[in-house]
Design a protein around this ligand. Structure first.
Ligand SMILES: Nc1ncnc2c1ncn2[C@@H]1O[C@H](COP(=O)(O)OP(=O)(O)OP(=O)(O)O)[C@@H](O)[C@H]1O
Ligand SMILES: [Mg+2]
Length: 455
């Protein structure tokens, strides 16, 4: 701030001195002009004008130092030490009876600047007065000192005001910086009081929001870890219990096979949970690879429906497919899109009571290919829909009232879909339960040879 003030005042000083000098020169030129008129009146005939100027000057009472006299006889002869500073054009103008005034440089381009005022003499010829501009219009040392003093006072005042202002600006910024360090250090109860200029207040509000968001996200992470470890423990306990029984030889030979299948089923559950968790963790990593190819969603659903028809039949649920006659093409990783479909169908089947429908459908929507899973289960509330794809959000809400899995599925559905360039949405189904839809960019089908042939 001090530097800015110094630069501003320096410029002001320079401009002020230039302006003052201009005004002083103009005044000096006026006075020189008047003096030239008086002197022109005192000249008596051309013999005066022919006289050497050193003699003529005292006669005309021109005693002021620095003012030089130049005379021009009616015949055009010029006299005086500064005669060369009066250009020919002006000399002619004077002889024609015009007066002249202005600023010239002695000896042309880079010489001393001279104030020039000339007046014609009634009996013919003319007188010209010349005065160095530096003397007449110069800014005196006293004036310079005064200007400098004024500027210095301004500098001190502005610097003091700048110092106070910058402290007022800097204090909330320092507080914000300290709060950010506290946040980085792990404190989550950091709250700033927004104040000061708008931008600084906005920064404080943003930091408060950040602190809140960090606390929420960390809370969720903690809950998630808790639920995951809980989910890991249940199958592990079963595996361990049955394995102990087998090791101790307390399982009758007839039950060994059944015990083995329980252990197998529980380890399969464990394996799925671990691979889901790994997928979820790797989703945001750059090395997460997708094998994107052309996929016909109708085909994919038809394939998957073999498994799901059997599972639905087992649960007494009616599986319906809604597939259009022509293919619905998109670009996706077929394995991942199948994983998405299986996750949604698994969720739906888990909550759909016997006798109610489970619908898997595919359709086109403008430039989108939509894969839909609807069910006749208990459905979700509007509030549920808002957090449906947040990791373990719905799982936490329903684990005590409904059959649930491990709470990773929907987050994985949303993450995988996003990685494939699509979106996942949750809503209410006409069948009474929930509706989950995955929207992917529609791939225009190339025309077949038969279609391309002109009619
Ligand atoms: N179609 C649905 N109808 C009603 N509730 C559902 C439906 N789909 C999901 N939910 C609720 O959302 C919760 C979260 O589903 P999500 O798929 O994320 O986890 P999960 O099925 O519990 O476990 P995971 O899929 O990891 O095995 C479920 O536990 C369930 O309570
Ligand atoms: Mg699930």
């Amino acid at each position: 701030m001090a530097a800015v003030v110094a630069v501003a005042l320096g410029l002001t000083g320079l401009v002020a001195i230039q302006l003052i000098r201009g005004a002083a020169e103009r005044q000096a030129l006026d006075s020189l002009d008047r003096q030239a008129a008086v002197i022109a009146g005192l000249v008596r005939g051309s013999e005066d004008l022919a006289m050497p100027t050193q003699k003529l000057a005292p006669k005309l009472r021109l005693r002021r130092q620095n003012i030089q006299l130049v005379t021009i006889t009616p015949g055009g002869a010029t006299q005086g030490p500064f005669a060369a500073a009066v250009p020919a054009a002006e000399r002619e103008a004077l002889l024609r009876g015009d007066s002249i005034r202005g600023l010239h440089r002695r000896g042309g381009g880079s010489g001393e600047r001279l104030l020039v005022a000339g007046q014609p003499v009634t009996s013919g010829g003319a007188v010209v007065l010349l005065e160095p501009a530096s003397v007449a219009g110069g800014v005196s040392a006293d004036a310079r000192r005064r200007i400098l003093t004024a500027l210095l006072v301004g500098l001190v005042g502005a610097a003091a005001a700048g110092f106070l202002l910058s402290r007022q600006l800097a204090r909330p910024l320092q507080q914000a910086a300290a709060a950010a360090h506290d946040l980085a250090g792990g404190r989550r109860d950091v709250r700033l009081r927004p104040g000061g200029p708008t931008e600084v207040a906005e920064l404080a509000r943003a930091l408060n929001t950040l602190a809140g968001a960090l606390a929420t996200s960390e809370g969720r992470q903690r809950d998630f870890l808790l639920s995951v470890s809980h989910e890991l423990r249940t199958p592990l306990t079963a595996v361990k219990g049955f394995a102990e029984a087998l090791a101790d030889g307390v399982v009758p030979p007839a039950d060994v096979a059944a015990t083995g299948s329980v252990v197998l089923a529980e380890s399969a559950r464990l394996e799925r949970l671990v691979s889901d968790l790994l997928d979820l963790a790797r989703l945001s990593a750059t090395d997460f690879r997708l094998e994107m190819t052309r996929v016909d969603l109708s085909d994919l659903v038809r394939d998957a429906s073999r498994v799901w028809a059997a599972r639905a039949a087992q649960a007494g649920v009616e599986l319906r497919l809604e597939l259009p006659a022509d293919p619905v093409l998109t670009t996706a990783d077929p394995t991942r899109i199948r994983q998405v479909l299986d996750g949604l169908a698994e969720n739906a089947l888990r909550v759909t009571p016997a006798g109610r429908p489970l619908v898997i459908g595919v359709h086109k929507e403008q430039s989108a290919a939509v894969l839909e899973v609807r069910d006749g289960g208990p459905g979700l509330t509007d509030d549920d829909l808002r957090v449906a794809f947040e990791r373990s959000a719905l799982y936490d809400r329903y684990r005590s009232t409904r059959r649930v899995g491990t709470g990773v599925g929907l987050a994985l559905v949303a993450g995988l879909t996003a990685r494939m360039g699509g979106t996942a949405a949750a809503g209410h189904a006409a069948e009474g339960g929930a509706r989950f839809a995955v929207t992917l960019p529609l791939l225009k089908e190339p025309l077949t040879v038969a279609q391309r042939r002109p009619p």
